[in-house]
Design a protein around this ligand. Sequence first.
Ligand SMILES: Nc1nc2c(ncn2[C@@H]2O[C@H](COP(=O)(O)OP(=O)(O)OP(=O)(O)O)[C@@H](O)[C@H]2O)c(=O)[nH]1
Length: 259
Amino acid sequence: MEKPREWLREKSIAKKILSEANVIFEVVDARIPLKTRNKVVEQLAKERNKKVFIIINKTDLVPESFVQKAKNIIEKEHPVVLFSAHRKTGKKEIEKIIKELSKEKKVIKIGVLGYPNVGKSSLINTLKRKKVATTSPKPGMTRGEKLIKLDKNVYLIDTPGIITLEFQDELAIKGSWIPDKLEDPVDVAVKLLEKIIQNRPEAIEEAYGVKPVDDPFKTLEKIGEKLNYRISGGTIDIERTAKKILWDWIKGNIKAYWL
Ligand SMILES: Nc1nc2c(ncn2[C@@H]2O[C@H](COP(=O)(O)OP(=O)(O)OP(=O)(O)O)[C@@H](O)[C@H]2O)c(=O)[nH]1
């Protein structure tokens, strides 16, 4: 099958970074830590013998026991750091890793990779102690790669999110696709609600004050009703409700998580 040009461009960015970097920090989202691991990036790193550290970011959004479970699974393959750019936890551990790495080589270049919106720029800004990378809840805000000097002989390579060949729907559920650009936001919001209902239904009640029902579409309607999103004639504006739910998910306003 012919690959879309976008995919080839991304894969070539990933390849370039993997050849330039001595080591990779792959950032994942603590709410969906296994789903936001990028298999293409990890495979490319393996082929090039580059060590991968998995930085589980946004740990402030999930319980400690959940993230510990994810850590135990991922640690079978790669070293893991539990991190929160918002709370600045895990920073010392990462600095220790960087210190160790710089003992092995004269110049260290760390490629920071991961899906859009997982917090790559936030990680870089935390390590740099000031804002050098643009952060935004809008996925895909980092454009082009950037070399950031962290210390004498230590550099970070900031990158745009690597998503490779995936469907928009799956990306949106990973928080990596702008809801307004989806062809069918209602369908995606229903899939997301289904996941939330399966894994942590109380997150819906916490976010919207609405008790979820087994049927995710009915739950979406109930949320729209509660938000009072209506179109002329008074019927629920399903599409607006769907986009609101997807944005809330991206922004971390819905406290659900799964492996
Ligand atoms: N709750 C929480 N939110 C975070 C954390 N780190 C980042 N975020 C939020 O996640 C969103 C994305 O963060 P960025 O640092 O811009 O993510 P990125 O991976 O560089 O994004 P792209 O530029 O789209 O590739 C922003 O709204 C951040 O405020 C964290 O530790 N906890």
